[in-house]
Design a protein around this ligand. Structure first.
Ligand code: C2E
Ligand code: CA
Ligand code: CA
Length: 570
Protein backbone atom coordinates (compact mmCIF):
# COMPACT_ATOMS: atom_id res chain seq x y z
CA UNK A 1 0.00 0.00 0.00
CA UNK A 2 1.37 3.47 -0.79
CA UNK A 3 2.44 5.21 2.35
CA UNK A 4 2.66 8.97 2.41
CA UNK A 5 4.76 8.87 5.56
CA UNK A 6 7.65 7.33 3.73
CA UNK A 7 7.54 9.25 0.51
CA UNK A 8 8.72 12.32 2.46
CA UNK A 9 12.40 13.20 1.96
CA UNK A 10 14.57 12.60 5.01
CA UNK A 11 15.80 15.73 6.80
CA UNK A 12 19.55 16.25 7.15
CA UNK A 13 21.12 18.99 9.26
CA UNK A 14 24.74 20.08 8.74
CA UNK A 15 26.39 21.99 11.60
CA UNK A 16 29.83 23.57 11.06
CA UNK A 17 31.17 26.93 12.17
CA UNK A 18 33.09 27.14 8.88
CA UNK A 19 30.35 28.31 6.51
CA UNK A 20 32.26 27.18 3.41
CA UNK A 21 32.76 23.65 4.77
CA UNK A 22 29.08 23.49 5.70
CA UNK A 23 27.96 24.64 2.28
CA UNK A 24 30.32 22.30 0.43
CA UNK A 25 29.09 19.30 2.38
CA UNK A 26 25.44 20.33 1.98
CA UNK A 27 25.80 20.62 -1.78
CA UNK A 28 27.54 17.25 -2.01
CA UNK A 29 24.64 15.46 -0.34
CA UNK A 30 21.70 17.56 -1.53
CA UNK A 31 20.20 14.63 -3.46
CA UNK A 32 20.00 12.45 -0.31
CA UNK A 33 17.37 14.53 1.46
CA UNK A 34 16.27 17.98 2.47
CA UNK A 35 19.56 19.45 3.66
CA UNK A 36 19.87 22.55 5.84
CA UNK A 37 22.98 23.95 7.45
CA UNK A 38 23.80 26.25 10.36
CA UNK A 39 27.12 27.54 11.65
CA UNK A 40 26.37 27.75 15.34
CA UNK A 41 25.55 25.19 18.08
CA UNK A 42 22.61 27.07 19.60
CA UNK A 43 21.03 27.64 16.17
CA UNK A 44 21.51 23.92 15.44
CA UNK A 45 19.54 22.91 18.55
CA UNK A 46 16.69 25.30 17.70
CA UNK A 47 16.46 24.26 14.05
CA UNK A 48 16.62 20.56 14.98
CA UNK A 49 13.65 21.00 17.33
CA UNK A 50 11.66 22.43 14.41
CA UNK A 51 12.54 19.97 11.67
CA UNK A 52 13.28 16.74 13.64
CA UNK A 53 16.25 15.71 11.46
CA UNK A 54 16.94 12.08 10.59
CA UNK A 55 20.70 12.70 10.42
CA UNK A 56 22.85 15.48 11.95
CA UNK A 57 26.39 16.01 10.66
CA UNK A 58 28.07 17.74 13.58
CA UNK A 59 31.41 19.50 13.78
CA UNK A 60 33.03 18.95 17.19
CA UNK A 61 35.17 22.06 17.49
CA UNK A 62 33.01 25.16 17.35
CA UNK A 63 33.12 28.43 19.26
CA UNK A 64 30.34 28.76 21.83
CA UNK A 65 28.57 25.39 22.14
CA UNK A 66 30.86 22.53 21.11
CA UNK A 67 29.63 19.60 19.01
CA UNK A 68 29.57 17.51 22.18
CA UNK A 69 27.29 19.98 23.97
CA UNK A 70 24.97 20.09 20.94
CA UNK A 71 24.83 16.28 20.77
CA UNK A 72 24.03 16.07 24.47
CA UNK A 73 21.19 18.60 24.06
CA UNK A 74 19.76 16.77 21.01
CA UNK A 75 19.84 13.42 22.77
CA UNK A 76 18.04 14.72 25.85
CA UNK A 77 15.15 16.25 23.89
CA UNK A 78 12.33 13.85 22.88
CA UNK A 79 11.80 15.88 19.69
CA UNK A 80 15.36 15.36 18.48
CA UNK A 81 16.66 12.32 20.33
CA UNK A 82 16.04 9.94 17.43
CA UNK A 83 18.39 11.82 15.07
CA UNK A 84 21.50 9.88 14.04
CA UNK A 85 24.44 12.13 15.02
CA UNK A 86 27.57 11.77 12.87
CA UNK A 87 30.55 13.75 14.11
CA UNK A 88 32.71 15.48 11.54
CA UNK A 89 36.16 16.14 12.93
CA UNK A 90 39.82 16.64 12.17
CA UNK A 91 40.72 15.19 15.57
CA UNK A 92 41.38 11.51 15.73
CA UNK A 93 42.19 11.00 19.41
CA UNK A 94 40.63 7.94 20.97
CA UNK A 95 39.36 10.03 23.89
CA UNK A 96 37.37 12.24 21.53
CA UNK A 97 35.81 9.23 19.85
CA UNK A 98 34.94 7.62 23.16
CA UNK A 99 33.29 10.77 24.47
CA UNK A 100 31.34 11.21 21.24
CA UNK A 101 30.02 7.65 21.43
CA UNK A 102 29.19 8.02 25.12
CA UNK A 103 27.06 11.06 24.25
CA UNK A 104 25.02 9.10 21.71
CA UNK A 105 26.90 9.85 18.48
CA UNK A 106 27.00 6.86 16.14
CA UNK A 107 29.68 7.59 13.57
CA UNK A 108 32.69 9.74 12.58
CA UNK A 109 33.70 11.39 9.35
CA UNK A 110 37.25 12.56 8.97
CA UNK A 111 38.06 16.08 7.78
CA UNK A 112 38.99 16.88 5.10
CA UNK A 113 35.98 15.04 3.80
CA UNK A 114 36.20 12.33 1.19
CA UNK A 115 32.84 12.99 -0.46
CA UNK A 116 32.01 9.48 -1.79
CA UNK A 117 32.89 7.95 1.61
CA UNK A 118 30.84 10.56 3.46
CA UNK A 119 27.86 9.93 1.18
CA UNK A 120 28.08 6.19 1.76
CA UNK A 121 28.06 6.69 5.54
CA UNK A 122 25.11 9.07 5.41
CA UNK A 123 23.14 6.78 3.12
CA UNK A 124 23.68 3.83 5.46
CA UNK A 125 22.36 5.81 8.43
CA UNK A 126 19.38 7.12 6.50
CA UNK A 127 18.45 3.56 5.53
CA UNK A 128 18.66 2.52 9.16
CA UNK A 129 16.54 5.39 10.39
CA UNK A 130 13.94 4.80 7.67
CA UNK A 131 13.73 1.16 8.73
CA UNK A 132 13.47 2.10 12.41
CA UNK A 133 10.68 4.55 11.57
CA UNK A 134 8.89 1.91 9.51
CA UNK A 135 9.13 -0.60 12.36
CA UNK A 136 7.73 1.86 14.88
CA UNK A 137 4.70 2.53 12.69
CA UNK A 138 4.19 -0.85 11.00
CA UNK A 139 3.42 -4.36 12.08
CA UNK A 140 6.48 -6.55 11.69
CA UNK A 141 4.57 -9.67 10.56
CA UNK A 142 2.20 -8.28 7.93
CA UNK A 143 3.91 -4.99 7.10
CA UNK A 144 0.59 -3.21 7.63
CA UNK A 145 0.37 0.10 9.51
CA UNK A 146 0.19 -0.59 13.24
CA UNK A 147 -2.07 0.76 15.97
CA UNK A 148 -0.03 3.97 16.40
CA UNK A 149 -0.07 4.87 12.72
CA UNK A 150 -3.77 4.06 12.39
CA UNK A 151 -4.51 6.33 15.33
CA UNK A 152 -2.59 9.10 13.62
CA UNK A 153 -4.41 8.65 10.34
CA UNK A 154 -7.81 8.32 11.96
CA UNK A 155 -7.24 11.56 13.87
CA UNK A 156 -6.24 13.24 10.62
CA UNK A 157 -9.25 11.79 8.78
CA UNK A 158 -11.60 13.16 11.44
CA UNK A 159 -10.01 16.60 11.19
CA UNK A 160 -10.56 16.66 7.44
CA UNK A 161 -14.07 15.20 7.77
CA UNK A 162 -15.07 17.94 10.21
CA UNK A 163 -13.87 20.60 7.78
CA UNK A 164 -15.34 19.06 4.64
CA UNK A 165 -18.41 17.57 6.29
CA UNK A 166 -17.76 14.07 4.93
CA UNK A 167 -18.00 10.74 6.77
CA UNK A 168 -15.33 8.42 8.16
CA UNK A 169 -15.91 4.69 8.66
CA UNK A 170 -13.97 2.50 11.05
CA UNK A 171 -14.28 -1.20 10.34
CA UNK A 172 -13.01 -3.56 13.02
CA UNK A 173 -12.45 -7.10 11.87
CA UNK A 174 -11.68 -9.98 14.22
CA UNK A 175 -11.05 -13.44 12.81
CA UNK A 176 -13.32 -16.20 14.11
CA UNK A 177 -11.75 -19.16 15.93
CA UNK A 178 -8.28 -18.10 14.84
CA UNK A 179 -6.82 -19.28 18.14
CA UNK A 180 -8.18 -22.77 17.63
CA UNK A 181 -6.65 -23.01 14.15
CA UNK A 182 -3.40 -21.49 15.39
CA UNK A 183 -3.15 -23.93 18.29
CA UNK A 184 -4.01 -26.92 16.14
CA UNK A 185 -1.92 -26.12 13.04
CA UNK A 186 1.81 -26.61 12.87
CA UNK A 187 4.15 -23.81 13.82
CA UNK A 188 4.16 -20.82 11.50
CA UNK A 189 0.86 -21.59 9.76
CA UNK A 190 -0.91 -18.99 11.89
CA UNK A 191 1.56 -16.34 10.72
CA UNK A 192 1.07 -17.30 7.08
CA UNK A 193 -2.70 -17.13 7.53
CA UNK A 194 -2.47 -13.64 9.02
CA UNK A 195 -0.25 -12.49 6.16
CA UNK A 196 -2.66 -13.85 3.57
CA UNK A 197 -5.61 -12.19 5.31
CA UNK A 198 -3.64 -8.92 5.33
CA UNK A 199 -3.09 -9.21 1.58
CA UNK A 200 -6.77 -9.94 0.99
CA UNK A 201 -7.84 -6.94 3.03
CA UNK A 202 -5.45 -4.71 1.07
CA UNK A 203 -6.94 -6.09 -2.19
CA UNK A 204 -10.34 -4.77 -1.14
CA UNK A 205 -9.43 -1.15 -0.40
CA UNK A 206 -8.53 1.98 -2.36
CA UNK A 207 -5.18 3.76 -1.97
CA UNK A 208 -6.61 6.42 0.38
CA UNK A 209 -7.88 3.79 2.85
CA UNK A 210 -5.78 2.32 5.66
CA UNK A 211 -5.68 -1.36 6.54
CA UNK A 212 -3.98 -1.85 9.91
CA UNK A 213 -3.24 -4.73 12.21
CA UNK A 214 -4.05 -4.00 15.81
CA UNK A 215 -2.36 -7.11 17.12
CA UNK A 216 -3.36 -10.77 17.32
CA UNK A 217 -6.09 -11.51 14.81
CA UNK A 218 -7.66 -8.06 14.91
CA UNK A 219 -7.54 -5.66 11.98
CA UNK A 220 -8.96 -2.18 11.48
CA UNK A 221 -9.82 -0.66 8.14
CA UNK A 222 -10.22 3.08 8.00
CA UNK A 223 -12.22 4.58 5.16
CA UNK A 224 -11.39 8.29 5.52
CA UNK A 225 -14.00 9.59 3.13
CA UNK A 226 -17.30 7.80 2.48
CA UNK A 227 -20.43 9.17 0.86
CA UNK A 228 -23.02 7.16 2.72
CA UNK A 229 -23.50 4.21 5.07
CA UNK A 230 -24.85 2.14 2.17
CA UNK A 231 -21.44 2.23 0.45
CA UNK A 232 -19.80 1.00 3.64
CA UNK A 233 -22.33 -1.84 3.92
CA UNK A 234 -21.56 -2.96 0.35
CA UNK A 235 -17.88 -2.74 1.10
CA UNK A 236 -18.15 -5.01 4.17
CA UNK A 237 -20.08 -7.60 2.14
CA UNK A 238 -17.22 -7.72 -0.39
CA UNK A 239 -14.72 -7.81 2.44
CA UNK A 240 -16.33 -10.79 4.19
CA UNK A 241 -16.75 -12.63 0.89
CA UNK A 242 -13.04 -12.21 0.17
CA UNK A 243 -11.94 -13.26 3.69
CA UNK A 244 -14.08 -16.39 3.68
CA UNK A 245 -12.72 -17.74 0.40
CA UNK A 246 -10.83 -20.97 1.23
CA UNK A 247 -7.16 -20.38 2.01
CA UNK A 248 -4.59 -22.80 0.68
CA UNK A 249 -1.45 -22.89 2.81
CA UNK A 250 1.26 -25.53 2.52
CA UNK A 251 -1.15 -27.92 0.82
CA UNK A 252 -3.87 -27.54 3.48
CA UNK A 253 -7.14 -25.70 2.98
CA UNK A 254 -8.35 -23.41 5.75
CA UNK A 255 -11.75 -21.76 6.00
CA UNK A 256 -11.60 -18.61 8.04
CA UNK A 257 -14.49 -16.38 9.00
CA UNK A 258 -14.47 -12.96 10.58
CA UNK A 259 -16.73 -10.87 12.76
CA UNK A 260 -16.94 -7.28 11.67
CA UNK A 261 -18.09 -4.17 13.55
CA UNK A 262 -18.57 -0.81 11.91
CA UNK A 263 -18.92 2.70 13.27
CA UNK A 264 -19.31 5.84 11.20
CA UNK A 265 -18.40 9.45 11.99
CA UNK A 266 -20.46 11.61 12.48
CA UNK A 267 -23.43 9.26 11.93
CA UNK A 268 -23.04 7.34 15.21
CA UNK A 269 -19.69 8.37 16.65
CA UNK A 270 -18.53 11.89 17.32
CA UNK A 271 -14.82 11.44 18.03
CA UNK A 272 -11.93 9.03 17.73
CA UNK A 273 -12.54 7.39 21.09
CA UNK A 274 -16.22 6.66 20.38
CA UNK A 275 -15.39 5.55 16.83
CA UNK A 276 -13.13 2.82 18.28
CA UNK A 277 -15.43 1.90 21.14
CA UNK A 278 -18.51 1.64 18.92
CA UNK A 279 -16.76 -0.42 16.24
CA UNK A 280 -15.63 -2.75 19.02
CA UNK A 281 -19.13 -3.01 20.52
CA UNK A 282 -20.60 -3.74 17.07
CA UNK A 283 -17.94 -6.42 16.47
CA UNK A 284 -18.74 -7.98 19.83
CA UNK A 285 -22.40 -8.06 18.80
CA UNK A 286 -21.46 -9.80 15.54
CA UNK A 287 -19.59 -12.46 17.56
CA UNK A 288 -22.55 -12.87 19.89
CA UNK A 289 -24.94 -13.31 17.00
CA UNK A 290 -23.04 -16.27 15.63
CA UNK A 291 -19.87 -14.86 14.06
CA UNK A 292 -18.90 -14.48 10.43
CA UNK A 293 -21.13 -11.45 9.99
CA UNK A 294 -21.05 -7.70 10.10
CA UNK A 295 -22.87 -5.38 12.48
CA UNK A 296 -23.19 -1.62 12.31
CA UNK A 297 -23.17 0.24 15.57
CA UNK A 298 -26.68 1.23 16.66
CA UNK A 299 -28.62 2.54 19.62
CA UNK A 300 -29.57 -1.05 20.49
CA UNK A 301 -25.97 -2.15 20.53
CA UNK A 302 -25.20 0.88 22.69
CA UNK A 303 -27.90 -0.20 25.14
CA UNK A 304 -26.71 -3.82 25.20
CA UNK A 305 -23.11 -2.79 25.64
CA UNK A 306 -24.03 -0.55 28.58
CA UNK A 307 -26.09 -3.29 30.18
CA UNK A 308 -23.30 -5.78 29.73
CA UNK A 309 -20.69 -3.44 31.18
CA UNK A 310 -22.91 -2.82 34.16
CA UNK A 311 -23.45 -6.55 34.60
CA UNK A 312 -19.74 -7.17 34.38
CA UNK A 313 -18.98 -4.48 36.94
CA UNK A 314 -21.68 -5.72 39.33
CA UNK A 315 -20.48 -9.27 38.90
CA UNK A 316 -16.92 -8.22 39.72
CA UNK A 317 -18.10 -6.51 42.90
CA UNK A 318 -20.29 -9.46 43.83
CA UNK A 319 -17.41 -11.90 43.32
CA UNK A 320 -15.17 -9.78 45.55
CA UNK A 321 -17.93 -9.35 48.15
CA UNK A 322 -18.89 -13.05 48.08
CA UNK A 323 -22.50 -12.24 47.37
CA UNK A 324 -23.22 -15.65 45.88
CA UNK A 325 -25.34 -18.28 47.55
CA UNK A 326 -25.57 -21.96 46.85
CA UNK A 327 -28.97 -23.61 46.43
CA UNK A 328 -29.44 -27.36 46.36
CA UNK A 329 -31.65 -29.49 44.15
CA UNK A 330 -32.28 -33.10 45.27
CA UNK A 331 -31.69 -36.13 43.06
CA UNK A 332 -34.24 -38.81 43.74
CA UNK A 333 -34.26 -42.55 43.15
CA UNK A 334 -37.70 -42.93 41.59
CA UNK A 335 -38.03 -46.60 42.52
CA UNK A 336 -37.99 -45.95 46.26
CA UNK A 337 -38.69 -42.21 46.08
CA UNK A 338 -35.53 -41.63 48.17
CA UNK A 339 -33.24 -38.61 47.94
CA UNK A 340 -29.82 -39.95 46.98
CA UNK A 341 -27.87 -36.82 46.17
CA UNK A 342 -27.87 -33.08 45.54
CA UNK A 343 -26.72 -30.65 42.87
CA UNK A 344 -25.25 -27.33 43.94
CA UNK A 345 -26.62 -24.45 41.86
CA UNK A 346 -25.28 -20.97 42.30
CA UNK A 347 -27.53 -17.98 42.96
CA UNK A 348 -26.61 -14.31 42.98
CA UNK A 349 -28.34 -12.31 45.66
CA UNK A 350 -28.86 -8.81 44.32
CA UNK A 351 -31.15 -7.61 47.10
CA UNK A 352 -33.29 -8.95 49.93
CA UNK A 353 -35.91 -10.17 47.49
CA UNK A 354 -34.10 -10.33 44.14
CA UNK A 355 -32.07 -13.39 43.25
CA UNK A 356 -30.47 -13.79 39.83
CA UNK A 357 -30.29 -17.26 38.29
CA UNK A 358 -27.14 -18.53 36.57
CA UNK A 359 -28.58 -18.17 33.07
CA UNK A 360 -28.40 -14.41 33.60
CA UNK A 361 -24.71 -14.28 34.48
CA UNK A 362 -22.73 -17.52 33.96
CA UNK A 363 -21.88 -16.70 30.33
CA UNK A 364 -20.47 -13.29 31.27
CA UNK A 365 -18.72 -14.80 34.31
CA UNK A 366 -17.00 -17.24 31.95
CA UNK A 367 -16.02 -14.58 29.44
CA UNK A 368 -14.52 -12.41 32.16
CA UNK A 369 -13.03 -15.43 33.95
CA UNK A 370 -14.90 -14.32 37.08
CA UNK A 371 -16.25 -17.87 37.06
CA UNK A 372 -12.96 -18.83 38.72
CA UNK A 373 -13.52 -16.99 42.05
CA UNK A 374 -17.29 -17.61 41.85
CA UNK A 375 -16.83 -21.33 41.19
CA UNK A 376 -14.34 -21.54 44.05
CA UNK A 377 -16.89 -20.00 46.45
CA UNK A 378 -19.58 -22.44 45.30
CA UNK A 379 -17.31 -25.46 45.65
CA UNK A 380 -16.09 -24.57 49.13
CA UNK A 381 -19.59 -23.64 50.36
CA UNK A 382 -21.13 -26.81 48.92
CA UNK A 383 -18.54 -29.08 50.56
CA UNK A 384 -19.09 -27.40 53.93
CA UNK A 385 -22.88 -27.49 53.69
CA UNK A 386 -22.97 -31.14 52.70
CA UNK A 387 -20.52 -32.13 55.42
CA UNK A 388 -22.91 -30.39 57.82
CA UNK A 389 -25.81 -32.44 56.40
CA UNK A 390 -23.73 -35.59 56.92
CA UNK A 391 -23.29 -34.57 60.54
CA UNK A 392 -27.09 -34.25 60.80
CA UNK A 393 -27.43 -37.82 59.53
CA UNK A 394 -28.02 -37.20 55.78
CA UNK A 395 -25.23 -38.98 53.92
CA UNK A 396 -25.86 -37.43 50.50
CA UNK A 397 -23.48 -36.90 47.63
CA UNK A 398 -23.08 -33.46 46.12
CA UNK A 399 -22.62 -32.53 42.46
CA UNK A 400 -20.85 -29.29 41.65
CA UNK A 401 -20.84 -27.75 38.17
CA UNK A 402 -17.36 -27.03 36.85
CA UNK A 403 -16.95 -24.77 33.84
CA UNK A 404 -14.26 -25.43 31.23
CA UNK A 405 -12.28 -22.41 32.41
CA UNK A 406 -12.11 -23.67 36.01
CA UNK A 407 -11.20 -27.13 34.81
CA UNK A 408 -8.25 -25.79 32.81
CA UNK A 409 -6.87 -23.70 35.70
CA UNK A 410 -3.45 -24.78 36.95
CA UNK A 411 -4.58 -24.89 40.58
CA UNK A 412 -7.84 -26.77 39.95
CA UNK A 413 -6.70 -30.03 41.59
CA UNK A 414 -5.25 -28.30 44.69
CA UNK A 415 -8.53 -26.38 44.95
CA UNK A 416 -10.59 -29.59 45.04
CA UNK A 417 -8.14 -31.16 47.45
CA UNK A 418 -8.30 -28.10 49.73
CA UNK A 419 -12.11 -27.94 49.70
CA UNK A 420 -12.29 -31.61 50.71
CA UNK A 421 -9.66 -31.34 53.44
CA UNK A 422 -11.03 -28.10 54.90
CA UNK A 423 -14.62 -29.35 55.03
CA UNK A 424 -13.80 -32.91 56.03
CA UNK A 425 -16.15 -34.24 53.32
CA UNK A 426 -15.25 -37.70 52.03
CA UNK A 427 -14.04 -37.49 48.37
CA UNK A 428 -16.46 -40.20 47.24
CA UNK A 429 -19.35 -37.86 48.09
CA UNK A 430 -18.11 -35.16 45.71
CA UNK A 431 -19.14 -35.40 42.06
CA UNK A 432 -17.93 -32.88 39.50
CA UNK A 433 -20.22 -32.09 36.58
CA UNK A 434 -18.42 -31.18 33.38
CA UNK A 435 -19.76 -30.82 29.86
CA UNK A 436 -18.69 -32.76 26.78
CA UNK A 437 -16.94 -29.63 25.50
CA UNK A 438 -14.40 -29.82 28.34
CA UNK A 439 -13.39 -33.31 27.25
CA UNK A 440 -13.01 -32.38 23.62
CA UNK A 441 -10.80 -29.39 24.32
CA UNK A 442 -7.32 -30.38 25.33
CA UNK A 443 -7.24 -34.13 25.42
CA UNK A 444 -3.87 -34.71 27.10
CA UNK A 445 -4.32 -32.06 29.82
CA UNK A 446 -7.90 -33.29 30.39
CA UNK A 447 -6.73 -36.85 30.77
CA UNK A 448 -4.19 -35.79 33.43
CA UNK A 449 -6.72 -33.71 35.36
CA UNK A 450 -9.29 -36.51 35.31
CA UNK A 451 -6.67 -39.01 36.46
CA UNK A 452 -5.72 -36.70 39.35
CA UNK A 453 -9.41 -36.41 40.32
CA UNK A 454 -9.74 -40.18 40.28
CA UNK A 455 -6.68 -40.47 42.52
CA UNK A 456 -8.33 -38.05 44.93
CA UNK A 457 -11.41 -40.28 44.88
CA UNK A 458 -14.05 -37.89 43.48
CA UNK A 459 -16.63 -38.83 40.86
CA UNK A 460 -17.10 -37.31 37.39
CA UNK A 461 -20.36 -36.81 35.54
CA UNK A 462 -21.09 -35.53 32.05
CA UNK A 463 -23.67 -32.75 32.21
CA UNK A 464 -26.20 -32.01 29.43
CA UNK A 465 -25.22 -35.29 27.81
CA UNK A 466 -26.22 -35.62 24.18
CA UNK A 467 -26.17 -31.89 23.38
CA UNK A 468 -22.45 -31.50 22.78
CA UNK A 469 -19.94 -33.35 20.67
CA UNK A 470 -21.05 -36.35 18.71
CA UNK A 471 -17.88 -38.38 19.28
CA UNK A 472 -18.52 -40.98 21.92
CA UNK A 473 -14.97 -42.30 21.89
CA UNK A 474 -14.05 -40.31 24.98
CA UNK A 475 -16.54 -42.30 27.07
CA UNK A 476 -14.32 -45.31 26.68
CA UNK A 477 -11.01 -43.60 27.28
CA UNK A 478 -11.87 -41.18 30.11
CA UNK A 479 -12.76 -42.25 33.66
CA UNK A 480 -16.40 -41.12 33.66
CA UNK A 481 -18.91 -42.25 36.32
CA UNK A 482 -22.27 -40.73 35.39
CA UNK A 483 -24.19 -39.39 32.37
CA UNK A 484 -26.84 -36.72 32.93
CA UNK A 485 -29.56 -36.87 30.30
CA UNK A 486 -30.14 -33.29 29.21
CA UNK A 487 -33.43 -31.71 30.15
CA UNK A 488 -34.19 -30.76 26.54
CA UNK A 489 -34.76 -34.48 25.77
CA UNK A 490 -36.85 -35.04 28.89
CA UNK A 491 -39.01 -31.97 28.25
CA UNK A 492 -40.69 -33.30 25.13
CA UNK A 493 -40.26 -37.04 25.59
CA UNK A 494 -43.97 -37.67 25.98
CA UNK A 495 -44.79 -36.01 22.67
CA UNK A 496 -41.66 -36.38 20.57
CA UNK A 497 -40.63 -39.88 19.56
CA UNK A 498 -37.16 -38.65 18.52
CA UNK A 499 -36.49 -37.64 22.12
CA UNK A 500 -37.65 -41.02 23.36
CA UNK A 501 -35.24 -42.67 20.93
CA UNK A 502 -32.34 -40.48 22.07
CA UNK A 503 -33.08 -41.15 25.73
CA UNK A 504 -33.27 -44.88 25.04
CA UNK A 505 -29.91 -44.73 23.26
CA UNK A 506 -28.29 -42.86 26.16
CA UNK A 507 -29.70 -45.33 28.68
CA UNK A 508 -28.42 -48.31 26.67
CA UNK A 509 -25.03 -46.65 26.30
CA UNK A 510 -24.75 -46.05 30.05
CA UNK A 511 -25.83 -49.60 30.85
CA UNK A 512 -23.38 -51.09 28.37
CA UNK A 513 -20.48 -49.02 29.68
CA UNK A 514 -21.50 -49.48 33.31
CA UNK A 515 -22.11 -45.77 33.93
CA UNK A 516 -24.57 -44.16 36.35
CA UNK A 517 -27.50 -42.19 34.91
CA UNK A 518 -29.44 -39.13 36.02
CA UNK A 519 -32.34 -37.59 34.11
CA UNK A 520 -32.65 -33.84 34.64
CA UNK A 521 -35.59 -31.52 34.20
CA UNK A 522 -38.19 -34.07 35.26
CA UNK A 523 -41.33 -32.01 35.77
CA UNK A 524 -44.18 -34.50 35.71
CA UNK A 525 -45.15 -37.89 37.05
CA UNK A 526 -45.62 -38.99 33.42
CA UNK A 527 -42.00 -38.21 32.55
CA UNK A 528 -40.77 -39.93 35.71
CA UNK A 529 -42.64 -43.18 35.04
CA UNK A 530 -41.67 -43.20 31.36
CA UNK A 531 -37.98 -42.78 32.31
CA UNK A 532 -38.28 -45.45 34.95
CA UNK A 533 -39.90 -47.83 32.45
CA UNK A 534 -36.97 -47.19 30.07
CA UNK A 535 -34.45 -48.03 32.79
CA UNK A 536 -33.37 -44.68 34.23
CA UNK A 537 -33.90 -44.59 37.98
CA UNK A 538 -32.32 -41.37 39.28
CA UNK A 539 -34.27 -38.18 38.56
CA UNK A 540 -33.81 -34.52 39.18
CA UNK A 541 -36.41 -31.87 38.48
CA UNK A 542 -39.24 -29.64 39.62
CA UNK A 543 -41.46 -32.72 40.00
CA UNK A 544 -39.43 -33.53 43.11
CA UNK A 545 -38.06 -30.16 44.16
CA UNK A 546 -36.61 -26.94 42.82
CA UNK A 547 -33.17 -25.85 43.96
CA UNK A 548 -33.61 -24.44 47.47
CA UNK A 549 -31.45 -22.83 50.18
CA UNK A 550 -29.74 -25.10 52.72
CA UNK A 551 -32.23 -24.50 55.56
CA UNK A 552 -35.19 -25.23 53.31
CA UNK A 553 -33.41 -28.35 52.03
CA UNK A 554 -32.78 -29.46 55.61
CA UNK A 555 -36.51 -29.14 56.43
CA UNK A 556 -37.40 -31.00 53.21
CA UNK A 557 -34.98 -33.81 54.09
CA UNK A 558 -36.19 -33.96 57.70
CA UNK A 559 -39.83 -34.22 56.55
CA UNK A 560 -39.00 -36.97 54.07
CA UNK A 561 -36.88 -38.79 56.63
CA UNK A 562 -39.98 -39.11 58.80
CA UNK A 563 -41.58 -40.71 55.73
CA UNK A 564 -38.41 -42.81 55.18
CA UNK A 565 -37.62 -41.19 51.82
CA UNK A 566 -34.00 -40.16 52.17
CA UNK A 567 -30.70 -42.03 52.17
CA UNK A 568 -29.43 -42.20 55.72
CA UNK A 569 -26.09 -42.71 57.27
CA UNK A 570 -25.65 -46.32 58.19
P1 C2E B 1 -27.46 -27.38 34.72
O1 C2E B 1 -26.19 -27.84 35.34
O2 C2E B 1 -27.99 -28.19 33.60
O3 C2E B 1 -28.46 -27.28 35.93
C1 C2E B 1 -29.79 -27.63 35.84
C2 C2E B 1 -30.62 -26.42 35.63
O4 C2E B 1 -31.96 -26.83 35.37
C3 C2E B 1 -30.72 -25.57 36.87
O5 C2E B 1 -30.92 -24.23 36.44
C4 C2E B 1 -31.99 -26.07 37.53
O6 C2E B 1 -32.57 -25.15 38.40
C5 C2E B 1 -32.84 -26.30 36.31
N1 C2E B 1 -33.88 -27.28 36.54
C6 C2E B 1 -33.87 -28.29 37.44
N2 C2E B 1 -34.99 -29.02 37.37
C7 C2E B 1 -35.74 -28.47 36.39
C8 C2E B 1 -37.02 -28.78 35.84
O7 C2E B 1 -37.71 -29.71 36.24
N3 C2E B 1 -37.45 -28.01 34.84
C9 C2E B 1 -36.73 -26.97 34.37
N4 C2E B 1 -37.25 -26.25 33.38
N5 C2E B 1 -35.52 -26.63 34.85
C10 C2E B 1 -35.03 -27.39 35.87
P2 C2E B 1 -30.07 -23.08 37.02
O8 C2E B 1 -29.88 -23.25 38.49
O9 C2E B 1 -30.69 -21.84 36.51
O10 C2E B 1 -28.66 -23.30 36.35
C11 C2E B 1 -28.50 -23.12 34.99
C12 C2E B 1 -27.14 -23.54 34.56
O11 C2E B 1 -26.13 -22.70 35.12
C13 C2E B 1 -26.76 -24.93 35.05
O12 C2E B 1 -27.32 -25.86 34.22
C14 C2E B 1 -25.27 -24.89 35.00
O13 C2E B 1 -24.81 -25.13 33.68
C15 C2E B 1 -24.95 -23.45 35.34
N6 C2E B 1 -24.55 -23.36 36.74
C16 C2E B 1 -25.34 -23.33 37.83
N7 C2E B 1 -24.57 -23.26 38.95
C17 C2E B 1 -23.29 -23.27 38.55
C18 C2E B 1 -22.02 -23.22 39.23
O14 C2E B 1 -21.93 -23.19 40.46
N8 C2E B 1 -20.90 -23.23 38.47
C19 C2E B 1 -20.95 -23.30 37.11
N9 C2E B 1 -19.83 -23.31 36.44
N10 C2E B 1 -22.13 -23.34 36.44
C20 C2E B 1 -23.28 -23.34 37.15
CA1 CA C 1 -25.34 -29.49 36.14
CA1 CA D 1 -27.56 -30.05 32.95
Amino acid sequence: MPDKYFSLMPAILVVDDQATDARLLSDAISDLGQVQFVTDGQAAIELARRIGPDVVLLDIQMPGLSGFAVCKALKSDPKTCRAAVIFVTSHTQTENELQALALGGIDFLQKPLNVPVARAHIKAHLALSTEAKRLSTHDALTGLPNRALLQDRAAHALEVARRKANQVAMILLDLDHFKTINDAASHGIGDLLLKEIATRLCDCVSPADTVSRQGGDEFIILLPSVDDVETVANFTVRLLARITEPLLIKGETYNIGASVGVSVFPHDSHDLESLYRHADAAMYQAKQQGRNRCRFFSADIEKNTRARRLLEQNLREAAAGKRFEVFYQPKVDARSNTVVGLEALVRWRQSETLIASPDQFIAVAEETRLIIPIGRQVLIQACHDVKWLHDQGFALSISVNISAIQFAEADFIPLIEGALTDSGLGPAYLELEITEGVLAKNIEATRNTLAALKTLGTRISIDDFGTGYSSLAYLKSFPIDVLKIDQSFVRDMLVDTNDVAIIQAIITLAQTLGLGLVAEGVETEGQASALLAQGCTIMQGFHYSRAVPLTELFNYLTDRKREGAVSQRT
